[in-house]
Design a protein around this ligand. Structure first.
Ligand code: C2E
Ligand code: MG
Ligand code: MG
Ligand code: MG
Length: 292
């Protein structure tokens, strides 16, 4: 095991142009330990119908509960896992566990829901990815449509020919594809025409300064118009205020995801939210909201 960790460190050194900080290296070593100790957990953030405020689905967001560092945010450990390849293991676990978790959410809600899972560029390119996907679907017994796979524009653009083939195979399994952080990547719009995309997630950078910012408003309107004509659904990310929610809803955005309608939460809290008629009560249990 120690040997494995040693090797992974070498990979990090070689793959980077600048040398990683000492902090990154110790974090990385701790990550292998964390997998063995089961310190990675999944949180779930509601994706809500902006009109009815019903929870339609959840995005799965990984958390690392480190015994002394506390919660390590994914922005710290996902890039390291992407570099050393651990993302394939973590990602496969997350996909399967999230699919299984959805069954419990549906039992609590007594209706059909969907689960959205982030797929990193390296996972998407991994030879085993379709096997991992098939295993998660078969093991959980979900139907393909209940699974949304979130990828970024960057993931598609690394190798568009390969991407088209993988997306076709995902579509055969009826899993839906969402473009995450839409509008922030380097890409052409042509992929919207050629690839089987179902959902656009507008990045929270375009939502944050609404309704005041005319420029962000123009961008959101353009995305909503494009989505309408291409029959794509749109999720607004990072909705924190009633004004932002209203602004997006009035312009035809059907789904929102943000602190206003629920922070990422542990599975048992999500179950409670689903059984509460007015789960908004749970959203108030947040410092930001209490201050506002
Ligand atoms: P993402 O997929 O774009 O996820 C949305 C991020 O926005 C999450 O950050 C979420 O907590 C945050 N967020 C949601 N609503 C609000 C809001 O109203 N205000 C603000 N300020 N933030 C909000 P998180 O959980 O820290 O995750 C960051 C990124 O890490 C994710 O961005 C995703 O790219 C990556 N990530 C997380 N979990 C996984 C995973 O299981 N696999 C992979 N490959 N990547 C993951
Ligand atoms: Mg995402
Ligand atoms: Mg996103
Ligand atoms: Mg994002």
């Amino acid at each position: 095991r120690a040997k494995e960790t040693g090797k992974a460190r070498c990979v990090v050194y070689n793959a980077r142009h600048s040398s990683p900080s000492d902090h990154d290296i110790s974090l990385e070593a701790a990550m292998f330990q964390a997998v063995r100790e089961g310190e990675f957990v999944l949180y779930y953030q509601p994706i809500v119908d902006a009109g009815t405020r019903e929870i339609e689905g959840f995005e799965t967001l990984m958390r690392w509960k480190h015994p002394t560092l506390g919660m390590v945010p994914p922005a710290r450990f996902i890039p390291l896992a992407e570099t050393n390849g651990l993302i394939n293991l973590l990602g496969a676990w997350a996909l399967k566990a999230a699919c299984v978790q959805l069954r419990q959410f549906e039992e609590a809600a007594k209706r059909s829901l969907y689960i959205s899972v982030n797929i990193s560029p390296r996972q998407f390119r991994n030879d085993k990815f379709l096997d991992v996907l098939d295993d998660a679907i078969a093991y959980s017994g979900l139907s393909g449509e209940q699974l949304v796979l979130e990828i970024t524009e960057g993931t598609l653009m690394i190798d568009p020919v390969h991407a088209e083939s993988i997306l076709g195979k995902m579509a055969e399994r009826r899993a839906r594809i969402a473009i995450d952080d839409f509008g922030t990547g380097y890409s052409s719009l042509a992929y919207l025409k050629n690839f089987p995309i179902s959902v656009l997630k507008i990045d929270r950078a375009f939502i944050r300064d609404l309704p005041g910012s005319q420029k962000d408003g123009a961008i959101c309107n353009a995305v909503l118009d494009l989505a309408k004509h291409l029959s794509l659904s749109v999720v607004a990310e990072g909705v924190e205020t009633e004004e932002q929610m209203q602004y997006m809803r009035e312009r035809g955005c059907r789904y929102v995801q943000g602190y206003l309608t629920g922070k990422p939460m542990a599975a048992n809290v999500a179950v409670a939210a689903l059984t509460e008629r007015h789960y908004a009560l749970l959203c108030q249990d947040q410092p930001q909201r209490a201050l506002g």
